[in-house]
Write a protein that binds this ligand. Structure first.
Ligand SMILES: [Zn+2]
Length: 329
């Protein structure tokens, strides 16, 4: 484990943390390239963690495919690969600390009960937990999950692209840190993982921005320093929705973009505000990455909303949105 000491300025330790529930797609490529650039432009390290907490959905073949894809793109990680499935003891220790702090409580509610008791949010929004078990379980009820208290918690953090974010945590309600099946929840796991590996820079897609206030609260409760955050614009599919691992048109699985890696890398740089000079077009991934690590400037990541950016990417005919995943340039 890397020790942190507050005195010396910490060198940047970033990470990429894919889940082996499917092959990488061009959206995950942007997250991988973005986190790599952010770490490498500062002379830092880029760690690779396999987020395999959701065991039933994870498959070894997907993990193998993800590693091969990163290698084909020349995205080399520093140090050993870590896996959430190896970290249960650390999650348990953090959970015990939260119990000692009185920050968590057992909850007996089923999903259906929460849905019935909560006011209906906007479509697609998470149903906020109404706090039914916050003051103790009702007589005769058995504990299922453990939830973290969020009453009156105000969270403030800075994101490189979004600026200062101030939010009341109880909007989403007390959230689960240990699930009914006995597994620790994603929010707790990533905070423990990042802390244990010394990660001090979290760069990932905008789809995780909603999770960040909860993770900030966990860092604060556990007394751990906050990483720097940067949430990248999401790549939106031709239908206007977030890309899915089930969507084969954007998959980077073995063979699906063979020979197109450097072109896709140029596209990902462009997406992150980095225009590749003409003389570098056609060079290999390693050469492109070496150039990009020195040329990339985090403040040039586009601020414009992901939807309009994606629309312009798709309409520029860089990419055929359906039928083929090959670049047309
Ligand atoms: Zn409950």
């Amino acid at each position: 484990m890397m020790e942190r000491n507050g005195a010396a300025p910490a060198s940047v330790i970033g990470r990429f943390a894919p889940s082996p529930t499917g092959p990488l797609h061009i959206g995950s490529l942007v997250a991988a390239v973005g986190s790599w650039l952010m770490a490498k432009c500062a002379g830092g390290q880029w760690l690779l963690r396999i987020d395999d907490l959701d065991r039933p959905r994870c498959r070894q073949e997907f993990e193998d495919d993800i590693l091969r894809t990163l290698e084909r793109f020349g995205l080399c990680w520093d140090g050993p690969i870590t896996r959430q499935s190896d970290n249960s003891a650390a999650y348990a220790a953090a959970f015990e600390r939260l119990q000692e702090l009185g920050a968590v409580y057992p909850c007996s509610c089923s999903r259906a009960e929460i849905a019935r008791s909560a006011s209906a949010p906007h479509p697609g929004e998470e149903i906020p937990y109404p706090g039914s078990c916050r003051n103790g379980l009702a007589v005769g009820r058995e504990p299922r999950a453990w939830r973290l208290r969020t009453e009156n918690v105000q969270i403030v953090f800075d994101d490189l692209r979004h600026g200062r974010i101030v939010t009341a945590l109880d909007r989403s309600g007390d959230f689960v840190v240990k699930r009914a099946e006995g597994f620790f929840a994603y929010q707790l796991a990533v905070v423990v993982d990042d802390h244990l590996t010394g990660v001090n820079q979290v760069v990932r897609g905008d789809d995780l921005l909603d999770s960040t206030p909860r993770q900030v609260w966990l860092h604060q409760l556990l007394g751990w320093p906050l990483p720097a955050y940067c949430h990248l614009p999401l790549v939106i599919g031709p239908d206007g929705a977030k890309l899915s691992k089930r969507d084969n048109t954007v998959s980077l699985a073995d063979g699906s973009v063979a020979g197109k890696e450097s072109e896709l890398l140029v596209w990902a740089f462009c997406y992150l505000g980095l225009a590749v000079p003409m003389e570098l077009i056609g060079t290999d991934c390693h050469e492109l990455l070496a150039w990009a690590a020195s040329a990339f400037r985090p403040d040039q990541i586009p601020q414009i909303p992901a939807s309009s950016l994606s629309a312009s990417v798709y309409s520029s005919k860089l990419m055929v949105p359906s039928g083929s995943h090959f670049l047309t340039r």
